[in-house]
Write a protein that binds this ligand. Structure first.
Ligand code: GLC
Ligand code: CA
Length: 554
């Protein structure tokens, strides 16, 4: 497998609004980011991915962009961005921007022009249709966030399509002018020195001709007609021609992606259009289809998914590994245990960072932040949480039941301010009130505490990342899932003469781990673990709660 810088790197994701407030207005910003670059560097990561920093009315907190070539005044100025970029580069940190081009904000100039009427040159930048008859939408599509996927515009008697919130009209990517705009936006940031893009819902940009009715679902009806649409590959090829002019990195966000489909886009060779993709299959092990249809967490499902992605892509394509981001509730609260927070936090980090692929770490994950457990819907900020809540209530579920789901599944769980210290507002802001409430557990869980505790998750992440950096087997070795009891996830990585064994328990109960006969762990070297006194008996051990061990195997 060809070595590449982006395969060697690990990435820290910043959701800017909640990372660090540098000017005391209660909102995270670039000044705050600059003040934390040394901290980020100290983790051992090589790049930062910024969730959108652009001007936005915040219908979807930055994922509704009003100007692709500027920085939101909430976060600073373009000059401050350039300073941040310089400072990051000085420290050897690359900078990856979020490229959101499936849709814009309804306050983007293009959209304001577009809705002036059919003769406006921007009209065809968006997807406008006449109603099927008066008062009836052009088709039955539903948005992922907010009721119907169509919004009526009285002035021109047409509807515009928005597969996300109302304030996020979908761009008409079939219009070559729109694709030119996208390419110019890419050039704008790459010329400034940015190192790559995370491409937001990029697999949604091509809609099926004629926009046929979709299979009826409670939400996102029509998705089969715009996910992996007919011209997706073609458009990505066009974008790639621009990207090829630079040494940059791309990761495409790809809901409902399978390995088979992914290989069409990311298989190394002539037809590759993205370096890698974020799929969601491993995030569906405690739910069905959406995070809001909650089921008990099943480690067996997780193992199957990882086996597939590790094996199917091996030597063909590159994985992007993550267990948290701004759309996912905190992983310890889902696949780990708040009771065994430190143990399970370390185990989960080990489990995914030691697989093949580029690891992404979301702000706060490295200190083991947990779900916010906000009990009342009026304290939530995310449009999708609020709309899912309303949908459940409309379907007849009680507030109590719905709030239980919301507390588990809402994206707000990942969006509370970063917990820096034990001081007021967790040291996130000097304002009286942060824009969004701080998780009450910040007295125990914060960066300062973690720095001072040699056994913290934070120090463990540093070890994990430096271990990955120093050992090519972690990056380029192959992957073999071991047959174990269901709550243990164990795998072996091979490269040349080397073999690395990773054992992870997903249970607080004791489980018996027995190493396959051909390996001898008794004489092997333990390189990482989350407990002291790692005894081996009969070439195996009984796991302690959420135990993890990593051995170089003889
Ligand atoms: C992606 C983003 C998410 C956003 C959505 C619409 O899934 O990660 O935060 O709401 O796209 O842009
Ligand atoms: Ca601020």
């Amino acid at each position: 497998m060809e070595k590449k810088w982006f395969k060697e790197m690990s990435v820290y994701q910043i959701w800017p609004r909640s990372f660090c407030d540098g000017n005391g207005d209660g909102i995270g910003d670039l000044k705050g980011v600059i003040s934390k670059l040394d901290y980020i560097k100290s983790l051992g990561v090589d790049a930062i991915w910024f969730s959108p920093l652009y001007p936005s009315p915040n219908a979807d907190y930055g994922y509704d962009i009003a100007d692709y070539r500027n920085i939101s005044s909430d976060y600073g100025t373009l000059d401050e961005f350039k300073t941040m970029l310089d400072e990051a580069h000085k420290r050897g940190l690359k900078v990856i921007m979020d490229l959101v081009v499936n849709h814009t904000s309804d306050e983007h100039e293009w959209f304001k022009e577009s809705k002036k009427g059919e003769n406006n040159p921007y009209h065809d930048y968006y997807i406008w249709r006449k109603g099927r008859k008066p008062g009836k939408e052009p088709n039955n599509w539903l948005s992922t966030f907010q009721g119907k996927a169509w919004e009526y515009c009285k002035e021109i008697d047409k509807y515009y399509l928005h597969v996300f919130a109302k304030g996020q009209p979908d761009l008409n990517m079939d219009n070559p002018k729109v694709r030119e705009e996208v390419k110019n936006i890419m050039r704008f940031w790459l010329d400034m020195g940015v190192d790559g893009f995370r491409e937001d819902v990029i697999t949604f940009i091509s809609k099926k001709e004629g926009l046929p009715n979709g299979f009826p679902l409670p939400t996102a009806t029509g998705i089969e007609h715009y996910s992996n649409g007919p011209h997706l590959m073609e458009y990505l090829h066009e974008f790639k021609d621009v990207l090829d002019e630079y040494d940059c990195f791309t990761v495409g966000e790809a809901p409902m992606m399978t390995t088979k489909k992914a290989l069409k886009f990311i298989r190394e060779g002539e037809n590759q259009v993205l370096n890698t993709m974020f799929h969601f299959e491993h995030m569906n092990c405690d739910n069905i289809i959406t995070n809001w249809i909650v089921t008990p967490f099943r480690p067996s499902k997780l193992k199957k998914v990882y086996k597939r992605w590790q094996e199917d892509l091996y030597k063909k394509a590159w994985n992007a590994n993550y267990i948290e981001n701004h759309d996912q509730p905190r992983i310890i609260s889902r696949y780990g245990s708040e009771k065994y927070r430190v143990e399970s936090g370390k185990m989960l980090g080990t489990m995914y960072i030691l697989q093949s692929g580029t690891p992404f770490i979301y702000q706060g994950q490295e200190i083991g932040m947990t779900n916010a457990n906000i009990p009342s819907i009026d304290r939530y900020k995310d449009v999708s949480s609020i709309n899912n809540y309303n949908l459940f209530r409309k379907l007849g579920f009680s507030d109590k039941f719905t709030m239980k789901i919301c507390m588990y599944a809402a994206r707000d769980n990942a969006r509370t301010p970063m917990q820096w210290t034990n001081d007021k507002n967790a040291g996130f802001t000097t304002a009286d009130e942060p824009w969004f409430e701080v998780n009450k557990n910040y007295h125990e869980i914060n960066v300062q505490q973690a720095e001072n505790d040699p056994d913290s998750i934070l120090h463990y992440y540093r070890k994990l990342l430096s271990f990955r950096k120093e050992n090519d087997i972690v990056k380029y070795g192959d992957f073999q899932l071991l047959n174990t009891e269901k709550n243990i996830f164990a795998y072996i990585r091979h490269m040349g003469e080397q073999q690395l064994l990773v054992v992870c328990s997903f249970s607080e109960k004791e489980c018996a781990f027995r190493c396959p006969k051909q390996f001898d762990i008794e004489s092997s070297e333990l390189v990482l673990s989350n407990y002291d006194k790692n005894i081996v008996i009969h070439n195996g051990f009984m796991t302690r709660p959420y135990e993890t061990r990593v051995y170089f195997i003889k």
